[in-house]
Ligand binder design. Structure first.
Ligand SMILES: Nc1nc2c(ncn2[C@@H]2O[C@H](COP(=O)(O)OP(=O)(O)O)[C@@H](O)[C@H]2O)c(=O)[nH]1
Ligand SMILES: [Mg+2]
Length: 360
């Protein structure tokens, strides 16, 4: 792929570093840096306007610290760090959370997988750690995974883990327009929809008392709106163009809209409102068009995903949301009802029948 330095005899992993987006992580950042430095020569911390000792502690622990000069969010910091890595000629970067939720002893496995598959994004997967992850989080991970996998043209076991390895050549070909917690989803979708392979690898996950800056309602809404809008736009192309499973281009409508925050928000809101209706129209097109447009919706046919399942699962989402709200309301009144949990766990994980995924 363009941009990767493939000089003879030089390992692709020769210029690899660990980057850490950090916000008020003074309690944990030292151990993360010390652990990472055992495996890579360079650790760069993106300090995002921390009001505690994060930056000082990071420097003393041996990391390079770059400051954003205010709290701009994880996505902004990641993009700032990527620009720095492109300037400095890095081949790959491992991102790890600053709050100690990831085990630095998994770094060698990332590096080894990268050696074997140097063009692929490698994502840490926590899905085997069902007992450790809070229930609501685990459930939303399942739903997110189904739709993000659809947009990324391949099954991705864990789409929300921040512990990843990115080939820089791949990142520099993407125009990123989102911020905060959406960016990591945006990267998977755009890279996957441009033809990249996204490979998952089991990692340990530590849910201590680190807390989280993730805002369940706001951040989940932002990710959902992005994914739904991306899918509706992607399928619009696929509906009318034969054999077009990979639809990402730099002039993609998501990139054009992403230039203006307000227009983007209005656009995404409008698309989300009509999305289930449009999805049903696509379904009809999927069923009736193949005689006219051969292999339309190529990404779905290529994956052997049953479109009727997608439509049904999407009609279930507003119902699930209403039930969650009803359960919360009942909880306030002192009733402990938990039906949604079981439903999500039984239903969404099995929507995507995984065949041979990302063959080696
Ligand atoms: N740079 C930056 N990093 C952040 C911000 N919020 C969270 N992070 C980092 O992103 C990582 C994951 O965030 P966290 O809140 O723990 O999310 P969770 O693990 O998904 O619940 C941690 O390393 C945080 O330090 C932010 O506003 N700016
Ligand atoms: Mg965390």
């Amino acid at each position: 792929m363009a941009g990767i330095d493939e000089k003879e005899g030089q390992s692709l992993a020769s210029k690899l570093c660990v980057i850490i987006p950090a916000y008020n992580a003074s309690r944990t950042i030292r151990d993360v840096i010390t652990g990472a430095l055992k495996h890579v020569p360079t650790v760069i911390v993106g300090d995002d306007g921390s009001t505690d000792e994060t930056a000082d502690i990071a420097r003393r622990a041996g990391a390079t610290v770059i400051a954003t000069g205010g709290n701009r969010g994880k996505g902004y910091v990641l993009q700032m760090l990527f620009r720095k890595l492109i300037e400095d000629g890095y081949d790959a970067a491992i991102t790890i959370d600053a709050d100690g939720q990831h085990d630095t002893e998994d770094i060698p496995a990332f590096i080894e997988t990268h050696r074997q598959h140097s063009h692929d994004i490698i994502v840490g997967s926590r899905m085997h750690e069902q007992e450790v992850i809070p229930r609501a989080r685990y459930n939303s991970m399942h739903i997110a995974r189904f739709y993000i996998s659809l947009a990324a043209n391949q099954f991705i076991e864990d789409t929300q883990c921040g512990y990843r390895l990115y080939p820089i050549a791949l990142i520099r070909n993407l125009t990123l327009t989102t911020g905060k917690y959406v960016t990591e989803t945006e990267i998977l979708i755009k890279a996957g929809d441009a033809g990249a392979v996204i490979r998952c690898m089991d990692v340990k996950v530590i849910y201590g008392n680190s807390g989280s800056y993730y805002r369940p309602v706001l951040d989940t809404t932002a990710i959902t709106a992005y994914v739904v809008t991306y899918l509706i736009m992607k399928w619009f192309k696929e509906a009318f163009v034969p054999n077009r499973p990979f639809t990402y281009t730099q002039t993609n409508i998501m990139n054009l809209m992403g230039r203006n925050k307000i227009i983007n928000m209005l656009f995404q809101t409008a698309v989300v409102i009509v999305s289930i209706f449009v999805c049903s129209l696509y379904f009809i097109q999927y069923k009736t068009m193949p005689n006219l447009i051969r292999n339309n919706f190529a990404s779905l046919r290529g994956q052997e995903i049953n479109f009727s399942r997608i439509v049904l699962a999407s009609y279930m989402l507003p119902v699930v949301l209403l039930l969650i709200i009803a359960e919360k309301a009942a909880g306030i009144l002192g009733f402990d009802i938990r039906t949604v949990d079981g439903f999500i766990r039984r239903y969404y994980p099995h929507l995507w029948t995984v065949r041979e995924v990302n063959p080696s």
